[in-house]
Design a binder for this molecule. Sequence first.
Ligand code: PMP
Length: 404
Amino acid sequence: MINVDKIREDFPILNRKVNGKPLIYFDNAATSQTPQQVIDVIVDYYSNYNANIHRGVHTLSQEATDLYEGARLKIQKHFNAKHNYEIILTSGTTHGINLVASSFSSLLEKGDEVLVSALEHHSNIVPWQMLCERTGATLKVIPMNEQGELIMSDYEALLSQKTKLVFVNHISNALGTINPIKKIIEMAHEVGAAVLVDGAQSCPHIKPDVQDLDVDFYVVGAHKMCGPTGVGLLYGKEEWLNKLPPYQGGGEMIDQVTFEKTTYAGLPHKFEAGTPNICGGIAFGAAVDYLNGIGFDAIASYEHELLDYATQQLLDIEGLKIYGTAKEKTSVISFNIQGIHPYDIGTILDKMGIAVRTGHHCAQPIMDFYKIPGTVRASFAFYNTKQEIDALVEGVKTAKMMLS
Ligand code: PMP
């Protein structure tokens, strides 16, 4: 059970006003808010431990290293990776995807095929297009239906011995669809293809078990799960990470350097060139602790309650259409009101202190599918309330009246 009043006390930002009104934050799919417990860790790091890691013999460096590597272990446990060296700390979801796409160049050739889902964020499309341009491989798209679900029979038909990679998000940021990734992975593996799952949107709602999913790569950004920006996770199966060449060269990722030849460090350092976001990594660990303290079952059931409550009320507004009505869906509502531009609704809601996202949500192919320029997106977190949803519904009604 979620004690939302108590939880809200953890988030100082929820006390602030925007345009003279109490902030109602419904842009959680873009970035989640940060609890005091994580803010405290950031302040503590810079107040007491700030030093470069891994290469110092002095106390501060060793303490910072212990905290950073301790965070890696927390993240490993949370995602249930088999080994801590399968946890590569990145600067975020986009970085993780680019790392895999870049390193995969050495494993693809003309005639190979890679499959992307129609539901992807641009971050999980563009790096693969670039990979195809470099290698001559072909990008094919797993189509979606009107409800915003992937068409699994079409996916099955696209899979062949030529398929080398499949990339799909766990949850769509634009529509909230939860994809059947376990099945998707199983089917890809039957033809010998590797799968990268973009977990940017699942990580605040679901606790993924990478071993149970048998996923090859799983990427996440800490700022979607109550952690800071500029840090994230690339989980890779050991066998894949060993097969892929390094992504960037520099300090930390080497074993021996001479002008004739450089040998590389083992995992995870092979993929972690340069000074990492040390404080961010430690705070990522703290965010994982914080969310587990609340519990993912409690989070999921409360957010579902919010989703159902908001969906019912919004659908009562005449002319309002919700995009993305998948059976398996998380707490994201993308909508439009007939004849009104989403940007105008977002601007009026902001005047009321209500933060929603408007536009294409970095998923232009989804907008093209529905033949719309964009949507208004309200995305709920476990610290939101039904009263806030009431205010959103009233706000949307007012916006409709003003703009019609
Ligand atoms: N994939 C999905 C599904 C996302 O929602 C986002 C963030 N909106 C990203 C990738 C990219 O994340 P970031 O910008 O934090 O790297």
